[in-house]
Ligand binder design. Sequence first.
Ligand code: HEM
Length: 129
Amino acid sequence: MSYSFYLILHLLGIALVLFSLGGLALHAINGGTRETNKARGLVAATHGVGLLLIFVAGFGMLPKIGVSLGKAAWVHPKILIWLVLAAGMTILYRKPSSARAMWVVIPLLVLAAAYLAIDKPFGAAGTAP
Ligand code: HEM
């Protein structure tokens, strides 16, 4: 599998996760709950597939740019961001009052993840093909 194939899957995964969390945040702001969510399965599947794509494609790209997880320290906070996005669905269902904060925090996490990958402020940079 090529670097560009993984990169496209990585970006698709990000789109799916943001789409599902955005929809769920709006649902929560409008007073919706887990029980009243008519698209519960769809949201969960979109979120799950997106997270899997981000993870698999992210780790797929590392050898393609010639770095290992141990050396690419900029990936470590990205894994943490991934974990927060993974928890996002449960947080929104359990604490719907957090939805407005999430509306701001989630895009900022994406900004941070993009900055870490593109600028690689620390750790081995490797070379994108
Ligand atoms: C398991 C966690 C993750 C890993 C292992 C990972 C790994 C990577 C790698 C290796 C690259 C390519 C860097 C390069 O081309 O030099 C990349 C790019 C990128 N990642 Fe991640 N990533 C992860 C999570 C995330 C998350 C959660 C987001 C945002 C929600 C994200 C957003 C991006 C963006 C925007 C790019 C730049 C794409 C481009 O070059 O146009 N990543 N990531």
